[in-house]
Design a protein around this ligand. Structure first.
Ligand code: ADP
Length: 524
């Protein structure tokens, strides 16, 4: 028989009943211990483990209830079934209250007994299974509790970490805000849709805005408020319009009306990131009012002093000429006429300088005017070269004219000024002498004049700047041997621009330079 057989303790003091029941139960496959007295039964209970106690209620001085109590004490899950006569039915019912599984009336109906025993054992088996499940459940609960507490720990750590990050972020955002708000330039950041993400305090102060926020406004709204030239976005989204590309490259300067008129320079830079071409724009506004005012003062000073210098200079020149005409022959013999010539030459130089300064001031104010007449550029080149030919014995002027007349729409005096400047530079900046070549020819729709020398040349990084006012190449400034104020090319460029042409230079240090200007041909 297998180890799993249920063990039954059978107790009855009637020998015949005991034997019969023992036989029946064994036949059912149970492991049966049959005892005939209460004392033996107690001994059996204390000495071994039983699944089921089947006992007569009345045995001897130790009754069934005592055995029931002993069996439950030993193992609370022991199933107890009491056998009872009709007379002691009351006690049997009481036994149920004390935890008996059931009772059977004597004489026993065997089938009923078998069924009751089977049910009792089934109940026990279920109770045991339940207990095992409970133990497993408890284990599982423990594991879950430990997981939960680990998880809580991790969540707490992560929350603390997150709180720290948020704090750091807030701190750095606060720092950024402080920096942006303490900037002495206006700043507006646009998102990719072309709407304001943020604007700093200086922007509001600059445009005299109240605390109302610019955030969320479009570039057009902002332009209406600030009176700046509008930024043109292609909607939807911040796809840069072609005009904006130009605006990006070039700073715009505009005026803001108010108690004091302000000049503002606007600089735009795109925010590039996230793999998308442009994810926003940063617009910076610089208040350049002070700078503008100083420039204005400088221009005024320039204009006034050059005007003031011109008048006495003209009269010195006039008197020098008069003096030269009235010079007695003996004074002429003594070389006084040479002295007067020096005076006249120096005065002419000075007059040229003063006129240059006046021109600069006109250019700055936008009042440089040029006449527009039909003229032959080829003859102009010949005349100007003729004028300068004698000025330097070590230079040879070589003129090449492929077309004559070369008719353009221009200003004789101003073009003579430009050419004189280019030719004198060619002479001045080739101090060892050599050829100065001048060519005038048609080039497509334009007339082109080129002046070439074989002199000191201009370093590539400075070539673009020589057309700015007062700019002189570094080597020229250092050597101090050439003189000049760095205005000739600035004025020449302004004149050529005004006449609708363009001017440029090609040069190699130590090998010479070629200055070229073009003018639109006169087409009638
Ligand atoms: P200035 O000759 O009075 O300095 P310009 O405006 O005529 O002023 O010329 C500006 C600068 O350009 C000169 O100082 C010189 O450095 C450079 N430059 C002009 N022409 C030449 C040239 N032909 N060869 C070399 N450098 C030149």
């Amino acid at each position: 028989m297998s180890e799993d057989r249920s063990r039954i303790l059978l107790v009855d003091d009637e020998q015949s009943v005991l034997l019969t029941l023992e036989a029946v139960l064994k036949q059912e496959g149970y492991d049966v211990a049959a005892v005939g007295s209460g004392a033996d039964a107690l001994k059996a209970i204390r000495g071994g483990q039983f699944d089921l106690l089947l006992t007569d209620l009345r045995i001897d001085e130790i009754d069934g209830l005592t055995l029931l109590a002993a069996a439950q004490k030993r193992d609370p899950e022991t199933i107890s079934i009491l056998l009872t006569g009709y007379a002691s039915l009351e006690s049997a019912v009481q036994a149920l209250r004390h935890g008996a599984f059931n009772y059977l009336l004597k004489p026993c109906n065997i089938d009923e007994m078998k069924l009751t025993i089977a049910r009792g054992l089934e109940k026990k088996r279920l109770a045991e299974a339940l207990r095992e499940r409970l133990v497993e459940l408890e284990e599982a609960n423990k594991t879950i509790r430990s997981f939960t507490s680990q998880l809580e720990g991790k969540v707490q750590a992560a929350t603390a970490e997150l709180a720290e990050r948020v704090r750091e972020l807030q701190e750095s955002r606060g720092r950024l805000d402080a920096v942006i708000d303490s900037m002495q330039d206006g700043l507006i950041v646009y998102d990719r849709e072309g709407r304001v993400l943020r604007a700093n305090a200086f922007t509001r102060a600059l445009f005299g805005l109240g605390p109302e926020d610019l955030v969320g406004r479009t570039a057009q709204d902002v332009a209406n408020i600030t009176s700046e030239p509008p930024l043109e976005f292609n909607q939807p989204g911040l796809v840069l319009a072609s005009s904006l590309d130009e605006q990006l490259a070039e700073a715009a300067i505009f005026e803001v009306e108010g108690p004091r008129k302000r000049f503002v320079r606007r600089l735009i830079s795109p925010v590039v990131g996230d793999g998308s071409p442009v994810s926003g724009l940063v617009v910076v506004y610089q208040d350049i009012t002070d700078q503008k005012e100083v420039e204005q003062l400088k221009d005024d000073f320039l204009s006034i002093t050059s005007h003031e210098l011109k008048t006495p200079l003209t009269s010195i020149m006039g008197y020098a000429q008069l003096l030269s005409r009235r010079l007695p022959p003996e004074a002429r013999k003594a070389g006084s006429d040479d002295v007067i010539e020096v005076i006249e030459n120096q005065c002419r130089r000075m007059k040229r300088l003063v006129e240059d300064l006046l021109d600069v001031s006109r250019i700055e104010r936008g009042t440089l005017e040029t006449a527009h007449t039909v003229l032959d550029l080829a003859s102009l080149v010949e005349n100007t070269v003729k004028k300068l030919k004698g000025t330097s014995p070590i230079h040879e002027f070589v003129v090449s004219l492929t077309e004559k007349p070369l008719t353009v729409w221009g200003d004789d005096d101003r073009l003579d000024q430009v050419l004189t400047n280019l030719l004198s530079n060619a002479v001045k900046y080739s101090p060892d002498g050599g050829k100065v070549e001048v060519r005038a020819a048609r080039n497509g729709e334009n007339a082109e004049v080129a002046v070439r020398d074989y002199g000191i040349g201009i370093p590539a990084d400075q070539q673009a700047r020589i057309f700015s006012r007062f700019y002189q190449a570094e080597s020229v400034v250092r050597s101090r041997r050439f003189g000049g104020m760095g205005l000739g090319l600035f004025i020449s460029k302004a004149i050529i621009d005004e006449l609708g042409g363009s001017i440029n230079v090609q040069s190699t240090v130590g090998r010479g330079s070629t200055f070229r200007f073009t003018l639109p041909l006169y087409t009638g």
